[in-house]
Design a protein around this ligand. Structure first.
Ligand code: GLA
Length: 729
């Protein structure tokens, strides 16, 4: 709900559990009154203070009054170089060469429904009742620039989205040097910041610490959202935990280089700024042209991280993801990568599929190695036609054979990349990102195609479209296996080189959208060396993303735990793979691998020809269990019951139906030791008044299970797992 108070110049955005308020301040400066747990009917701008302090600077139109300094006033979208010395949100180079920005309010508009952003992913509302939009108009008179701040209010999900559009109203080019998607000021600084960090094979591990004086934060200059830092951060009360305290989550709906910075200043005020990374960024706006910054989205939970995550999950499931299966169960897949890597032919693939079909697996995914001269990772990328030495008769022959087994067919591609040893590169060596006069850096033996160029995209997409049209293909795994370097486009003039990073991302989005609209039933899974582009931007096009190349179930506990702070389990690609695990050398029981994988998008990635009959029986039971429980995983509320970074004894999590009548609890124990501690697991999210039958046997009340807990069996080996299915009587 958007509440207007014209008399006091207040805009209040109300969600079920949170309140966000903006005030039109003196001289048209937009002030941020409040964001936090819900407060009704209050003018929260009374909390704003500003005094005459030594060394402060104030706007000229303030006259002799020295109390109104932007440096201590909470800004809605901070200016640059005009008396606020904290993090700027926007900066433009005017024709004069000056780099500053002084924004003043000029008007507003309220619209039913949710705004969209041309060419960029964004949360959406199916109808006007699901969301409202507030637009605040600002201008910088000197720069002749209009800045529009967009707010989308999803009341039910406690989600507030933000977006920014800059329009050049002048007669000359205006160069945008920085344009954040989000600026969020707090009138206090006793906040902790949590970021989600890692590396290839260990993504999104939470790191928490108090805000220190000065600027701190995370970002990426890799052209991807990155394995190293996720474009999602949390600010919270120092004492906040899963169930207690105010927690603010901020996610950027963007897949390229980003920056998320928090600043604590001299007056114990703090600010979060998030958006495209200004590193090597510069966007030239011709007269009348507009620039859209990507969307950012906020959730404020008054009761800890658990609820914050569940609100993000709900919003991402219902208002971001566009899933061709729409509420139906996604197929359980088998992928050949860890089984074969590049060494396969049709016979080998069919042998895996023949083993998979009777076990109940439903989608066969042919991974890397099927095209061009792709026999290892030094050749072939760019040549998206079937290698008929490996697959005689092409997809036209292979796909019907897979389908005859009762399975759907999926395929791997890496459209953004090229190997020098490829037909595409030999024909178009000038199509890669490279600095004139300097040979480009390689990553995984490959170069990056210049996806900022339409001719390059069209050529690659033409090949992909022909391939996808040649057979009945249900699924695509869209991979992207290296960071961007040598970011220079031969197709753009010198003064536009600062646009290449962002134009590349826009190009990727455009091609994904094209593929979605040309092949409406197609399910696309995102991937980037595992989880290097696991972000809300990609989820708009690819409803699930391969969470990590690390399939070790014990490491996955950590990766999936960290990922769950923002992203729902049904977005996390998770597979059972063979042991000893290729990344860790660890051997984890098949049951445990299944429990961990079925807490994401369930699938297998192993040579089923090499599994024993006992293992096959376990797989059959896992498939049956997943078919019983899939709605809980795909649609249920998610509760983290333990922290795998802290609890060496066991880890547990829970999926609960929204009506709280059914729950799936999963437990994985740590390494065993003699005379073990007694372990009791207290559940969450149940109805205390209901009686639940556990695994079809004993009945316990919700109150007992949540308050007293459930005694866990004593493990007799390392890494055991079990699940409790709770059904209300
Ligand atoms: C990336 C992916 C893997 C696999 C390989 C193929 O690493 O994350 O799942 O597809 O590429 O080369």
């Amino acid at each position: 709900m958007i509440i207007l108070d014209r008399q006091n110049g207040l805009f209040t955005l109300q969600t079920r559990n949170s309140t966000y308020q903006i005030k039109i301040g003196a001289h048209g400066v937009l002030l941020h009154s409040y964001y936090g747990p819900r407060v009704d009917g209050e003018d929260l701008s009374r909390l704003i203070r500003s005094a005459d302090r030594g060394a402060s600077v104030y706007p000229n139109d303030n006259g002799p009054d020295r109390t109104f300094s932007l440096d201590m006033l909470p800004q809605e979208y901070s200016s640059c170089g005009v008396s606020d010395f904290r993090l700027p949100s926007i900066e433009f180079e005017m024709p004069s060469g000056s780099r500053s920005a002084d924004l003043r309010y000029t008007g507003f508009e309220v619209r039913r429904g949710k705004y969209a952003i041309q060419g960029l992913p964004a949360f959406w509302a199916a109808d006007e009742a699901e969301a409202d939009t507030l637009v605040l108009f600002m201008e910088d008179k000197t720069a002749q620039a209009a800045v529009e701040l967009y707010y989308g209010v999803f009341e039910d999900c406690d989600l507030i989205t933000r977006a920014v559009r800059v329009v050049n109203r002048g007669a000359e080019t205006l160069r945008l040097c920085r344009c954040a998607s989000l600026c969020l000021d707090f009138s206090h600084s006793d906040l902790d910041m949590i970021t989600f960090n890692g590396r290839h094979l260990m993504e999104r591990c939470p790191d928490r610490g108090p805000l220190r004086p000065g600027v701190q934060g995370v970002g990426s200059i890799r052209g991807t959202s990155s394995h190293q830092h996720n474009p999602f951060v949390v600010l919270c009360d120092p004492e906040a935990n899963e169930d207690y305290g105010t927690a603010y989550g901020a996610v950027l709906v963007y897949s390229g280089s980003f920056e998320a910075l928090a600043e604590r200043n001299q007056f114990e005020l703090s600010r979060l700024v998030m958006g495209i990374n200004p590193y090597q960024f510069g966007w030239n706006l011709g007269p009348g042209e507009a620039f859209d910054a990507p969307e950012a989205a906020l959730v404020c939970s008054p009761c800890g991280f658990g609820q914050m995550s569940r609100q993000f999950h709900k919003a991402i499931r219902e208002h971001l993801i566009r899933d061709p299966y729409q509420g139906a169960r996604r197929p359980i897949l088998i992928n050949n990568w860890e089984a074969t890597t590049f060494n396969f032919n049709a016979e080998k693939l069919l042998s895996i599929a023949k083993e998979a079909a009777p076990l109940g697996l439903e989608l066969f995914v042919m991974d890397d190695g099927w095209f061009g001269q792709r026999n290892d990772d030094n050749a072939g990328l760019g040549d998206w036609y079937v290698n008929t030495d490996k697959l005689p008769g092409g997809l036209e022959a292979l796909v019907p054979q897979i389908q005859a087994l009762g399975m759907k067919f999926g395929i791997w591609v890496e459209p953004e990349m090229v190997n020098e040893d490829s037909g595409l590169y030999r024909e178009h060596p000038d199509w890669v990102l490279q600095v004139p006069g300097r040979a480009p850096c390689r990553g995984r033996g490959q170069l990056v195609l210049d996806f900022s160029r339409k001719d390059v995209r069209d050529h690659v997409y033409g090949q992909l479209r022909a391939m996808l049209s040649s057979a009945d293909i249900s699924y695509v795994k869209w991979d992207m296996n290296r960071s961007l370097s040598d970011v220079y486009s031969a197709a753009l003039p010198r003064e536009r080189q600062g646009e290449v990073f962002h134009r590349y991302v826009l190009g990727v989005y455009e091609m994904l959208e094209q593929m979605r609209s040309d092949f409406p039933g197609l399910f696309i899974e995102g991937c980037c060396g595992g989880g290097g582009r696991f972000d809300a931007g990609m989820l708009y096009y690819t409803p699930q993303i391969w969470c990590s190349d690390n399939t070790d179930a014990i490491d996955r506990l950590r990766i999936q735990y960290g990922t769950s702070f923002c992203y729902p389990p049904d977005a996390m690609g998770a597979h059972v793979s063979a042991v000893p695990n290729g990344s860790t050398g660890r051997t984890v029981p098949m049951e445990t691998r299944g429990v961990v994988a079925m807490s994401g998008t369930f699938g297998y990635e192993m040579d089923l020809g090499e599994t024993t009959q006992d293992e096959k029986n376990v797989i059959k039971e896992q498939v049956a269990q997943y078919k019983r429980c899939w709605e809980l995983v795909q649609k249920g509320d998610y509760y983290r019951l333990t922290d795998p970074f802290r609890n060496p004894l066991f880890n547990a999590w829970e999926h609960v139906t929204p009506d709280r009548r059914c729950a799936l609890v999963s437990v994985v124990t740590g390494t065993t030791y003699a005379a073990p501690a007694y372990m009791t697991l207290r559940l969450k999210g149940l109805d205390p008044a209901l009686k639940y039958r556990v695994n079809g046997q004993d009945v316990y009340s919700g109150a007992l299970l949540m308050s007293a807990g459930f005694p866990l069996p004593q493990p007799q080996d390392d890494y055991l797992a079990f699940q409790l299915l709770l059904e209300a009587e």
